[in-house]
Write a protein that binds this ligand. Sequence first.
Ligand code: AMP
Length: 446
Amino acid sequence: MTFANLGLSDKVLAAVTAAGYTQPTPIQEQAIPHVLARRDVLGIAQTGTGKTAAFVLPMLTKLEQGRARARMPRTLIIEPTRELAAQVEESFGKYGVNHKLNVALLIGGVSFDDQDTKLVRGVDVLIATPGRLLDHFERGRLLLTGVELLVIDEADRMLDMGFIPDIERICKLVPFTRQTLFFTATMPPEIRRITEQFLHNPIKVEVARPASTVATTTQQLVKTGREGHEKRATLRELIRSAEGLKNGIIFCNRKSEVASLHRSLLRHGFSVVALHGDMDQPARMAALDRFRRGEVTLLVASDVAARGLDIPDVSHVYNFDVPHHADDYVHRIGRTGRAGRSGVAITLAAPADTKSVAAIEKLIGQSIPWMATPAVTVVDEKPAVERPRHRPARGHDRRPAPQAKRPASAPPQAAKPKAAARAESPRDSEGFPLPAFLLRPVPVKA
Ligand code: AMP
């Protein structure tokens, strides 16, 4: 099967050739002819399958007929996160190089007025997160009655993020006769209900997750203590001793953990950026760009922030926390070992994680071996680079501190029992040794 057989326009085919694609992926092959035939499509597929082009390419073809009117977008794409929305906008730039279409992005963290100006000009493709879209609508700046095609992308992620009521509202605001393309990686009952309510006789296209990841990735579990400082020490040791570490993503379960781990790694001199929901939009985009361009080695992220992002293949994935949902494990490790390349996925597991690990092993149908010699103790908590907490100095994004700072064979210190080491060296609430001046007795005047 070639792209030329799918019914796409010449302009789109030229852009696909320029992008270097020679063959449609299974979801593209199965979905594109139905989208062009104006059928509703229920696509069960996750990132990495080429699903964005599966809806963008036929949309471009269809949009060649007709014109946009002020405040009345012709097509609407809903994405759960700002990054995903921005990524889809980039896809329109890439696949739509030969088109003169107005594409607007409505996401939080960006000026309302600029977005409004674009809406007034008339928009062929509106890409939005649910909250910002409804804000514009409620202010009377946007009419959804001209929408001919609605795309709901990453629907199960919307469910996780509590967006389903917004989605239901949006589906009721667009014309009943519009075409709907609905993409989700999984089909929990809540999502099934929505599809039954809002899709009309859809074509169901299901593609397997890129399963090769599990096969080509070396997976390991590492024993760690449950305390944050113990896990951070374990992680640092793993990164410092990693072989062939080109770049890596470190996943945490909570966004607060992402922020504190990021700060800690910076203090220890690692080249790292963070991605979590509390960062403002420019900061998130800047972090992601630096990681994509290879300016920094490590990215600390939460599942929600990272889900669906088109991040190039990474050499290492670290699960700082064992994910609560086994599915998330597969998503996380899917970031490495792509296209037959080998990848490494290491999961820090404390005794309390036994149940979650068992659920993951059941899902992937194999047991994950334990790393033989993690050889990590918490006595190496002293930061390699001490920095002020609030003002990271210029050039803090360095390569990880060389392991030679503490030779692996420095046993006397490493062999000390934890409690004894702690008693000798007082520590702060994060487990870092307290600076000497804080330990000196403070003279008290009578
Ligand atoms: P997606 O699943 O939409 O996030 O796409 C994953 C990646 O696959 C993106 O980097 C696309 O540029 C790339 N891609 C999409 N379609 C094709 C194709 N037919 N051939 C090669 N790469 C593709």
